[in-house]
Design a protein around this ligand. Structure first.
Ligand code: SDX
Length: 438
């Protein structure tokens, strides 16, 4: 394969089949930043060959303007704004507007958007009955996956994905209702009454209120904790074409309604290799027990036969520190200080684990660093959120990213139904043999 770009001509790549005089010259596409991309859409037509990329590690599935990651430099931009600046200076509702609309809102746009989200936080009263169908010990991810998918049964009036206004209302409904659904899944699991959303609270405050308040007494907002929750939501809001977002896009490419697409994203996020890692980190730290056991655990991780992973470490894209992990670690110290927690054994364990791993060639040579999930669980546990709700919280935050990416897909005139190909290595054609002859 070679690439050419004579003065002014569009750059191309030429692929030549060895042992033949057949070649294909394909366009080399460039975005505003990031690696160039070979447009292989004509490859099969010209050379009768496919490309092979299990896990899509080297494949661009779409063109997007929403989030950019430079994994080697540890850079994460939402619509061009560095995550560090947004985490420090913005808040989740403003970031949600930015991801959806592409620009930071002015005061009037922000107020209007905030109102629209606030006035969609309530659920249809009949949706309450969905929760009664679950066992009390159902995992909350199972509950929110089911309830979000079922929203389509309540909003027949805005399932036409080709109508911009209906897409906008569906976006408001999903972003606004996911915290209510998540909080009710938690309340259901502990047998407490559901708390209805309050319009006088901001997004993060309202989520903590619905999670923690009880009808029997007034609830007092802790601004440090709600600010920390808001920042955690910002950090998890979007992350370009990760597994769950790609699932949402694939579902969206078939024309499925937005509620079904987001339910598919929730299902994909649940896996321990993806959004389920925050819950898995706490389980891992708990099983290790004490810092003295860390060296033995690290030995186990390095033994391929153990199939043990250091949860919260490594990333398909980041081969440097995940910038979100750094902010999460700082937030961890703030929350523990605010809560007066002097020594949190889990944090000590995590920091010791990070120190040992980052000095060990197994991790250094593979460029395995802490990712967003390594510290988040420690903060959430300190805030009194049960481990089973960690991935649910990730889903609450990521809903705005999924909806933004889904909206971009639907509004992209070049989008087609997603349909990957394969290398077939099964049996070639053969005739049926009756059971008497087998
Ligand atoms: C998220 O994509 C996103 O953007 C996701 C996310 C988002 O915001 O949407 O960032 C959120 O999902 C973060 C990742 C959370 N998952 C975990 O923390 C689970 C632990 N991590 C690993 O499972 C793994 O690192 C992945 C799944 C995250 C990435 O998998 P890759 O890219 O397929 O990694 P790899 O298998 O190519 O790793 C290369 C090597 C392998 O060893 P060798 O075959 O070279 O000997 O590193 C090893 C892997 O075995 N390795 C690990 C490891 N991660 C990779 N070894 C031990 N512990 C780990 N965590």
């Amino acid at each position: 394969m070679s690439s050419t770009a004579k003065g002014g001509a569009k750059p191309t790549v030429t692929i030549t089949l060895d042992g033949s005089n057949r070649s294909a010259t394909l366009p080399l596409l460039a975005g505003s930043i990031g690696p160039q991309t070979v447009d292989i859409r004509k490859l099969y037509g010209e050379l009768g060959i496919f490309t092979y990329d299990p896990g899509y590690g080297a494949t661009a599935s779409c063109e997007s303007k929403i989030t950019y990651i430079d994994g080697d430099a540890g850079i994460l931009l939402y619509r061009g704004y560095p995550i560090e600046q947004l985490a420090e200076k913005s808040d989740f509702i403003e970031v949600a507007y930015l991801l959806l609309e592409g620009e930071l809102p002015n005061a009037a746009q922000l107020e209007d958007f905030r109102k629209n989200v606030t006035y969609h936080t309530m659920l249809h009263e009949q949706i309450r009955r969905f929760f009664d169908g679950f066992r009390r010990d159902a995992h909350p991810m199972a509950i929110i996956c089911g309830v979000v998918g079922a929203l389509a049964a309540f909003y027949h009036d805005n399932l036409d994905i080709n109508d911009a206004r209906q897409r906008e209302v569906a976006a408001f409904r999903l972003i606004a209702k996911i915290p209510t659904i998540a909080a009710w899944a938690y309340k259901y699991s502990i047998g407490q009454p559901f708390m209805y959303p309050r319009n006088d609270l901001n997004y993060a405050e309202n989520f903590l209120y619905m999670l923690n308040a009880v009808p029997a007494e007034p609830w007092k907002n802790n601004p440090i904790l709600s600010r920390a929750m808001d920042r955690i939501l910002v950090l998890h809001a979007d992350h370009e074409q990760n597994a769950s977002t790609s699932t949402v896009r694939l579902a969206g490419s078939t024309g499925a309604n937005p509620f079904a697409c987001i339910a598919a994203g929730i299902a994909a996020l649940w896996g321990p290799s993806h959004g389920g890692a925050n819950e898995a980190v706490l389980k891992m730290l708990g099983e290790i027990g004490t810092p003295e056991n860390i060296p033995q655990f690290i030995r186990e991780v390095k033994d391929k036969n153990s199939h043990t992973k250091l949860m919260g470490f490594g990333h398909r894209v980041y081969k440097n520190f995940d910038p979100r992990a750094k902010i999460m670690k700082e937030t961890c110290h703030e929350v523990l200080a605010e809560l007066g927690i002097k020594d949190e054994p889990l944090l000590d364990m995590a920091m010791e684990m990070e120190r040992i791993a980052l000095e060990d060639d197994y991790f250094v040579s593979r460029k395995l660093y802490p990712n967003v999930d390594f510290y988040s669980g420690i903060i959430l546990k300190a805030m009194g959120i049960p481990t089973s709700m960690f991935t649910v919280l990730f889903a609450v935050a990521r809903t705005v990213g999924w909806v933004s990416q889904w909206k971009e897909l639907i509004e992209d005139p070049s989008q087609r139904i997603g349909r990957p190909r394969q290398i077939y290595s099964g049996a070639t054609r053969r005739d049926y043999v009756p059971v008497s002859g087998r």
